[in-house]
Write a protein that binds this ligand. Structure first.
Ligand code: DGL
Length: 270
């Protein structure tokens, strides 16, 4: 049985997972977090499933050694291809992923049962979203598309300029999306361009399309599960630490984009 006062371990390929951290800090202000961004190996989104699994296992070992009470895979790509490997490595600790909460949230907003998903190439080719949604609502139809250019644009801080708008339009105008009424942002970077994507649908569609940013849904799922397991930190001191596998000042600048506050990173000694 884990100790409620221990921190929660959260990892991502880089900085995108900080969108989940931000939602967790809002919803669970009493929880300490140890974040690990695998900046030496990013992006995960176009790597093989085998390699992403290998990285995820190494990070899980690192977080377990630090003494965490639960592990959050705050990366769609790693959630898509490495969930089983992380569970096997985590020695019975609760492991959370970002796919199921997003799928549930999209279904809750979809009347037409036509749901769009965008994500990295590896997430999309894994088929994890169609599979998960089919398990929850067999009648739903899922249209998915890899949108790899969005990650570098977001990391460049190009969230609301003509280039980001044009890239969003080029991806979203895919005819497959014409009848969807919910779109899952299946990558932890994408919440930063949620507004622009929502505006695209408002401008071009006559019906409403709910753009699903899973970060709050993920944080809610974690809070509910920890509460049910009596693992919420009710009284302990709150402390967050941020590790990266490769350190550069750029990451601290980039982190401000995702967290809207400055944090210091330490290089992880595995
Ligand atoms: N964090 C990844 C995800 O959510 C996107 C960035 C990457 O490709 O590493 O899929």
């Amino acid at each position: 049985m884990s100790n409620p006062r221990l921190p929660i371990g959260v990892f991502d390929s880089g900085l995108g997972g900080l969108t989940i951290v931000k939602a967790m800090q809002e919803l669970m202000p009493g929880e300490s977090i140890i974040y690990y961004g695998d900046t030496a190996h990013l992006p995960y989104g176009d790597k093989s499933a085998e390699l992403v699994r290998e990285y995820a296992i190494g990070i899980t070992r690192f977080l377990c050694k630090k003494g965490v009470k639960a592990i959050v895979i705050a990366c769609n790509t790693a959630s898509a291809v490495a969930l089983d490997a992380v569970i096997a490595e985590a020695g019975g600790l609760p492991v959370f992923n970002v796919i199921e909460p997003a799928a549930r949230e999209a279904l809750a907003h979809s009347e037409s049962r036509q749901i769009g998903v965008i994500g990295t190439k590896t997430t999309i080719s894994s088929g994890v979203y169609p599979r998960t949604i089919a398990g929850m609502a067999p009648e739903a139809r899922v249209v998915q598309k890899a949108t790899p250019l969005l990650v570098p644009l977001i990391e460049e801080g190009w969230l609301h300029n003509t280039i980001s708008r044009e890239v969003i339009e080029a991806y979203m105008s895919d005819t497959g999306f014409f009848n969807i009424d919910a779109l899952i942002l299946g990558c932890t970077h994408y919440p930063l361009v949620k507004d622009e994507i929502a505006k695209y649908f408002k401008r071009n569609f006559t019906h409403k399309v709910e753009v699903v940013d899973s970060s709050l849904a993920v944080a809610e799922a974690i809070r509910n599960a920890l509460t049910a397991a009596n693992l919420m930190n009710e009284a302990g001191k709150v402390e967050h630490s941020y590790f990266v596998s490769d350190f550069s000042r750029n990451f601290e600048d980039g982190a401000k984009l995702f967290l809207r506050q400055s944090v210091s990173f330490q290089k992880a000694e595995n």
